[in-house]
Ligand binder design. Sequence first.
Ligand code: OXD
Ligand code: MN
Length: 587
Amino acid sequence: MTSKLESLQSWVDQVAAHTQPEAIHWCTGSDEEYQDLIELMLAHGTLTTLNRETHPNCYLHLSSPNDVARVEHLTFICTSGKDDAGPNNLWMEPAEAHEKMDALFEGCMRGRIMYVIPYCMGPIDSPYSRCGVEITDSAYVVANMKLMTKMGNKALERIEREGKFVRGLHSTGELDPERRFIMHFPEELSIKSYGSGYGGNALLGKKCHALRIASYQGRQEGWLAEHMLIVGLENPDGDVHYIACAFPSACGKTNLAMLIPPESMKGWRAWTLGDDIAWLHLDEDGKLRAINPEAGYFGVVPGTNEKTNKNAYEMIKHDAIFTNVATTEDNQPWWEGKLDGTPAKDWQGRNYDPSTGKAAHPNSRFTVPATNNPAYSSLADAPTGVPISAIVFGGRRKKVAPLVYQTKSWEHGVLVGAGTASETTAAMVGEVGKVRRDPMAMKPFCGYNFADYWAHWLSFPERSEHLPKIFHVNWFRQDDDGNFLWPGFGENIRVLEWIIDRVEHRAGAKETPIGFLPHAEDLNTTNLDISADALEELTSIDTAQWRAEMASVLEYLEGYGDRLPEELRRQQKMIADALNEEMAKAS
Ligand code: OXD
Ligand code: MN
């Protein structure tokens, strides 16, 4: 096959000449093609079939043990000016990065098939969607891209019509961590990724395109590409509010996106629009509208069960690809937190021995089409997306951050987003449990200087008077003995209910220096098993801790130097001054 789009065809020819594949396959996106790829991988041993009775059409892939997560230390933003990448990114000069990558790619597909994957991020007929083409030598990547994006002929037609697409070149190479790089060239709308087969490094439509490149593109074109889930909450009267929430990796985004309200909240329903990424555009009326650029979920498996996330548990029982989970004697997938079964083989295919670690890798994943989800919202495919009522930032904090608070303005919300911090998790290589600032949960994903990104966020009020309200939540507060104070999971809807009621001017709150917090009685706690003390702690702030927090936020922001928008300094100062006043009153 060839493409009638000259720029696409010549790029494919050039890559083929350079990487020397045995054959070239243009992906059509058909179900037969998916099935053929599965058969091919089964024949090569890249995949194995899981129990057909309990898990029809489910397959297991075990990756190389050194290739199980994103590699932020090997991920670069290659803009012509170093400052454009900012202190939040590793930077390499574009010519140097191309040279380095081209040397790695030279001849790397000998004996392999080169797949050309045209894909569309977002509903195929949405003006908010953007397209790309990924060239890869991994059948696993193609199969995952089929589940995660709109890929194949329809995307190719759109690309040929528009003439513009993001170019992503990927090879698993030798899976050698010493020869592994993920390079982004936002000015050229291109990506080169070598040496890893792991989702975030290899499914280039996801983090590389839909966040890093798209955030850069969004700034140029006046929209936002964010690391946010999108959920619709329907109240007993049938009113639906859409909320977009940014949490760092592995903080329960998938769980919140698929939440099932508790028994006591009769008549409430949650609808999933997306679990990881949101693209936010202002419409002609100044309303912020969201689409989910993805068509599937690439979620963390451990911890998923009937209680924590029944929808996810159900949706991964069929038509799913599992990566790095364990298996039971009868070949069902197994992971820590699964309520039944016992592991026979671990995630490296070895007989399970508890002394060698967990049975499933903590960052083991499922890939499924979004339509598998019982709570899938049909509006997930609406070309105009959904209107967003509230934006919620959050992190994993044992202390300091209360359960929920509302910011005083959009600008204050941008400061809160910029100051978001979280304890690190297994989704990235490195130490787990360390607190790090993760602005808007975009630390690993913003394709340009955070200072410019905040300025972009701060420009929205100039363009709209109808922006959503901004909130901050923390499901992970602990008492001094390390017990969680809030039950989380489905009960989180109680917090979202307060958020919606604030948006609708129906709920009470107390004003504090850091924003509006609910009084304990403003939260719906009917039939919730929680002590008055725990609720009190969750809905109050410690002035001394917050003074330290705000000083640390300022110190972090000052790391962005002259490019830091003055407005953020002003917002920080207003809060710091209010906290000082509070302290003075108390003494
Ligand atoms: C993800 C991540 O895989 O954020 O979604 O790491
Ligand atoms: Mn994510």
